[in-house]
Design a protein around this ligand. Structure first.
Ligand code: HEM
Length: 434
């Protein structure tokens, strides 16, 4: 269904979608993982202040800002810096996103009525916001074009500009032969598709974790073991297996978007249902993912349902009963990006903080637009994690006897831990450093 905000021409997009995904070479993925880490670190700093001040935080809007900052940098090298500032462009992005969401679910396209467009305050606001974003994108395209013209680097399969690894730079350097308008529309599509989806996944993941302390403890144990206090790297993505399962399971219980829509191009029959030409078909991924015929204990948040040593679940190995990123020719182009983004953010946050529902917070209920939102936000109390207390032991040193004579001990045992001065006990999990 067209929203008038992003291109509705399926054919152009089908051809273009192959071009816009930079090949997932190691250099590019490495750059994206550090981008996810840096942005998540900024969110950690914000949460740290809230933890010091004893203030509750509304996590849904913070996740939305986190993923906006990430997608802005990743797609067109623009720093919205929305975690720190609230400027006109950030507000414009939210106005357009809300409008796109409303248009994609509205039965009557009122925005196409000529006079209405000019008199409705809502439509005028959306038009103004869209103009600001389009102008900003045009400027960014122009700046990037100049950078590409000046650079000496030749384009090749593993091309990446270290200062600007964005998709826009990649496309321009590849000599992608499209109009600036087409390019701008593609960037806009990615901004819309890749922002609220990831934010919603993080929101519901943290909600689920707050309800399941067992899962949270297991997750934190994995993150502590794999990451310690460093920033995540590309190698860690393979090792953070349980973290990935937590995201997989969160996507099962709260698929984003919860419904996929198709318009029939011709008459057809689906099972026993005749389909008319031009008819819209709604596929409820939400119902599919909650269906007891397909899932044991369907309502339970249980990341262990997929073994850690097995493949990551996807639509094909789950026989299309699991569609977190859709399937077929229109499958999400950002699935790997989004998985790593949410794994990195989750790992970095749970490493430093515990998250509980705030006392007196309104009950968390769902409301559906393009993604599943909460009705009144996700109010949480965030507290810094502390290491488990060090238990003093009086264990004696073990001495290994070889050939009847006493030798130096081969292994050392824990000294009396209680003798470590208080300040040295690493009580708080330390801040990650680059
Ligand atoms: C966890 C986050 C994400 C989820 C759950 C998600 C989910 C989906 C789903 C289910 C579709 C298929 C829609 C359909 O069949 O009608 C889709 C399409 C798409 N996604 Fe994602 N997505 C996510 C993140 C991203 C990111 C980060 C990007 C960009 C970098 C992105 C770009 C796109 C694009 C461009 C399409 C349209 C593909 C086409 O129609 O050819 N997505 N996404």
């Amino acid at each position: 269904m067209g929203t008038g905000l992003i291109p509705a021409d399926g054919e152009i997009w089908r051809v273009r979608r192959r071009a816009i995904v930079p090949s997932l070479h190691q250099k590019y993925v490495t750059a994206m993982i550090s981008l996810f880490g840096e942005a998540s670190h900024r969110l950690c700093e914000k949460l740290d202040t809230a933890a010091s001040d004893g203030e509750d935080v509304e996590m849904e809007s913070l996740f939305s800002r986190l993923t906006l900052d990430i997608i802005g940098k990743a797609v067109f090298n623009y720093d919205f810096d929305s975690l720190s500032v609230d400027n006109g462009i950030v507000e414009a992005v939210y106005t357009v996103l809300r409008e796109a969401e409303m248009r994609s679910t509205s039965p009557i396209p009122t925005w196409e009525i000529p006079i209405w467009k000019d008199i409705s305050p809502r439509q005028r606001k959306a038009t103004k916001a869209l103009k600001l974003i389009n102008d900003t994108l045009n400027d960014l395209i122009a700046i990037c074009k100049r950078m590409v013209e000046q650079e000496e680097l030749q384009f090749h399969e593993e091309y990446m500009n270290e200062q600007d690894p964005s998709i826009l730079h990649f496309l321009l350097a590849s000599g992608d032969d499209v109009s600036s308008k087409q390019l701008r529309d593609d960037l806009m599509t990615m901004l819309i598709a890749g922002h609220e989806t990831s934010a919603a996944v993080l929101t519901w993941t943290f909600y689920l974790l707050s309800k399941e302390p067992r899962v949270m403890a297991k997750l934190q144990e994995e993150v502590d073991t794999v990451l310690g206090d460093r920033f995540p790297t590309i190698e860690d993505m393979k090792k953070l297996k349980y973290t990935t399962r937590v995201i997989n399971e969160s996507l099962r219980l709260y698929p984003q978007p919860p419904v996929l829509i198709r318009r029939s191009l011709q008459e057809d029959v689906l099972g026993k249902y005749p389909i008319k030409r031009g008819e819209d078909i709604f596929i409820s991924v939400y119902n599919l993912h909650h269906c007891p015929k397909h899932w044991v204990d369907a309502e339970r948040f249980y990341p262990e349902r997929w073994p850690l040593d097995g493949p990551n679940p996807n639509e094909t190995n789950q026989n299309f009963s699991y569609l977190p990123f859709g399937g077929g020719p229109r499958k999400c182009v950002g699935d790997m990006f989004a998985t790593f983004e949410t794994v990195v953010a989750t790992a970095m946050l749970v490493r430093r903080f515990n998250f509980q529902m705030a006392l007196g917070a309104p009950p968390v209920e769902m409301t559906t637009g393009a993604t599943i939102h909460t009705t009144e936000g996700l109010q949480m109390t965030v507290t810094r994690r502390t290491s488990p207390p060090i238990i003093p032991t009086l264990e004696m040193k073990k001495v290994l006897t070889v050939g009847g004579s006493d030798t130096e001990p081969l292994g050392t045992t824990t000294p009396l831990a209680s003798s470590i001065p208080e300040g040295d006990q690493q009580g708080e999990v330390s801040t990650a450093s680059l």
